[in-house]
Design a protein around this ligand. Structure first.
Ligand code: GLU
Length: 413
């Protein structure tokens, strides 16, 4: 794996293709390609040992024609302005594709959260909110968890924003349930990956029973995708984390692997299972390969070794432009990130709605609405791709870009 940066140029080239197919002007392309606002801040904190440390934080607000900026906050050592820009643009397309009234944004702090104590992470998060609080809010820009952040991080954002303004749960989503979080938000992205696969199977008239999946990344997305797919009858033959791949062609007991990972903090030898290199997961024969770790996981160097029938992008930007081309030539379809992992932001939207209405939904309603929203979007993509004889990614971009342009036109210039 090279870096975790979903390349900005990949986004721009795919966007340009959509604008050309749709006959949009160069000015419209440039408007859709660029961010409305980019915020960069220094975040000084005292480490637990009393020493001063200074981190850099970003919030990129890409587009809000369809609604307030919306997107996660990432804590990772790879975070830089380019990565956050790329991820912010993907959020604009994602919210448009699943047709929820939100725009796109993304934030990040360049740090290694594993090297910071919980108290240091709390200070870092609160100081970041102090720096950007004027630019965020329930009607302006709503953050959520991403790589390296979780419900606890959102709880700190909620609390710090509330200390400066008034306590408003809708300022952030993916919060703990006790602070107005939504049932089903935690599993939403992984469940969405499974629902997208279910929709694709229905579209291609295949049965999910006895199909196999290999999952790269065993964090929130990979873990929940594995559990949900298993319930749908799919056999999980491999899962990986940054240190190893667990493989068993007869199927893996996900709870057993999770228990082991919790105990040792990583995958380890387990009787009956093979322990392989982390990258081995990408090269195993399976029906569905789900890269659910970081960006650029499948690239020119390994795309020709993929043996899966279909790739389902659980992470944001896991296939580079080269990988897209090579896999296209090899006739391996890719279900793109902005569709496959949209379950998270869809349930974020439900959380925001519940917060604004001061009325909670039960899990049954959240799950049913998520399935309805995602499947509608998925079928529109599959049909458009077939009609136009274009890839699933191109179909996603066409639909999203048309919706964003329609809103821009409607608001006037
Ligand atoms: N970070 C997630 C994503 O990339 C969720 C964003 C959100 O819920 O706002 O889609």
């Amino acid at each position: 794996m090279s870096t975790s940066t979903p390349s900005r140029s990949a986004f721009e080239r795919t966007l340009k293709g959509a604008c050309d197919r749709l006959g949009y002007s160069d000015a419209m392309f440039r408007l859709l390609a660029s961010a409305a606002r980019e915020i960069k801040v220094d975040i000084p904190i005292l480490r637990d040992n009393g020493e001063l440390a200074v981190f850099t934080g970003y919030r990129v607000q890409h587009q809000n024609a369809r609604g307030p900026y919306k997107g996660g906050l990432r804590y990772h050592s790879s975070v830089d302005i380019d990565e956050v820009r790329g991820l912010a643009s993907l959020m604009t397309l994602k919210t448009a594709l699943v047709d929820i009234p939100l725009g796109g944004g993304k934030g990040g702090i360049e740090c290694n959260p594993r090297e910071l104590s919980p108290r240091e992470l709390e200070r870092l998060t609160r100081k970041f909110v102090q720096r950007i609080h004027r630019e965020i809010g329930p009607e302006t820009d709503i953050m959520a968890p991403d790589v390296g952040t979780n419900a606890q991080t959102m709880g700190w954002i909620y609390s710090e924003y509330g200390a400066i303004h008034a306590l408003q749960p809708a300022v952030v989503t993916g919060k703990p349930l006790s602070l107005g979080g939504s049932p089903g938000r935690d599993k939403a992205t992984g469940y969405g990956v499974a629902l997208t696969i279910q929709a694709y199977a229905a579209h291609t008239k295949t049965k999910l029973e006895h199909k196999t999946a290999a999952i790269q990344g065993f964090g929130n997305v990979g873990h929940h995708a594995a559990l949900c797919l298993k319930e749908m009858g799919v056999k999980i033959v491999a899962v990986s984390d940054s240190r190893g791949t667990i493989h068993c062609k007869d199927g893996i007991d996900i709870d057993r692997v999770m228990a082991k990972k919790k105990e040792f903090g990583r995958f380890d030898e387990m009787p009956g299972y093979e322990l392989k290199e982390p990258a081995a997961v990408l090269e195993l024969p399976c029906d569905y390969l789900i890269p659910a770790a970081l960006g650029d996981a499948i690239h020119a160097g390994n795309a020709h070794k993929v043996k899966a029938a279909v790739i389902v992008e659980g992470a944001n930007g896991p296939c580079t432009l080269d990988a897209d081309r090579i896999l296209g030539e090899r006739k391996i379809p890719i279900i793109p990130d902005i569709l496959a992992n949209a379950g998270g932001v869809i349930v974020s939207y439900f959380e925001w709605v519940q917060n604004l209405q001061r009325h909670g939904w039960d899990l049954e309603k959240v799950d049913a609405e998520l399935a309805r929203t995602l499947k509608k979007a998925a079928h529109a993509v599959f049909e458009h791709a077939e009609d136009q004889k274009i890839s699933l990614r191109e179909a996603c971009y066409d639909i999203s870009v048309m919706r964003v342009k329609e809103a821009l036109d409607a608001t006037g210039f």
